[in-house]
Design a protein around this ligand. Sequence first.
Ligand SMILES: *Cc1c(COP(=O)(O)O)cnc(C)c1O
Length: 358
Amino acid sequence: MLTAEAVIDLQALQHNYQTLKQHCPQQQLVAVIKGDAYGHGALRVAQTLTSADMFAVARIEEALELRAAGIETPILLLEGCFCLEDLMLAAEQRFHTVVHSDFQLQQFTSAQLPAPIQVWLKLDTGMHRVGIEREQFCEFVQQLQRSSNLAGELGFISHLSCADDLQSDTTARQIALFEELTKAYSGPKTLANSAGVLFWPDAQYDYVRAGISLYGISPSEQSIGQDYQLKPVMSLKSKLISVRQHRKGEPIGYGEIWRASEDTLVGVVAMGYGDGYPRSAPAGTPVYINGRIVPIVGRVSMDMLTVDLGADASDKVGDSVELWGRQLPIERVAQALDTIPYELCIKLTKRVAKTLAS
Ligand SMILES: *Cc1c(COP(=O)(O)O)cnc(C)c1O
């Protein structure tokens, strides 16, 4: 019996792609599939999104795997190359790379590459993580444009730090700085992540980079994907492996952190931190079973977690349980867990089988 599984709905993925496309019909859409497509399976996602204009990943190994599997769509390395060997590989494989530092500029301009490579110059417009400063901008542009290693026109990329917060004035300042620095250049520009696509049309430029929203998940803690007509791609499921009588006052699980206030039935679900479900889940974290939400009680252990089914429950061993997905938005679960959906879906372990929704 298959217990813990992440059921992947490729039709929902396609639907989300089309829905996002409607937000930016003039733009090219970059599907961000780093981190094994946020735990959804990068290769299958890439094979499904055949009309994506580009894919983006964080590490060259992720890009190499996609190429080796026959994905010919352009692939952008979001943080560029970290050493000369990787830059050579990137040129060989025709990846797009990013230059965000003196180190990368030196490496790029002095390398003897097997072929010219497309470069996106990363500007720091406010994230202050990677990217070059305003004062360095002209120098970087000149050096890159002069290099025979550059293929095509130099592109420009920056990243929004607060786009999920509609009250913050940071995004408007980031857009203004990006605009000011790049307006004299005709090369391709990209600034928006999912929150940029959904909330900041001025940030869309030529290419938008959508990650979390492709998977049907809202980039904002104030909403769920469904609010934007997005559909959850992943449903994390497992099974009830036991239903037990539990008497008032009895504790449950490691550390006895919960005691029943009434006689009840406790369900044991084959799902634990060994599957990537957070051990930190507090009592009350929602779980979906047989048409209703029940609370987690007691500590999540490696292979199991326990839920309070209620005294009148008729749930049986083998019944299907959904931890998040179609019936229970992952945004709600993330809120209960004091984290964000990104972290939940990417942390699933390989013990969780990936299956396709029918
Ligand atoms: C991960 C990432 C994205 C995608 O962000 P979402 O919020 O998932 O849409 C876009 N751009 C960069 C540089 C990233 O690292």
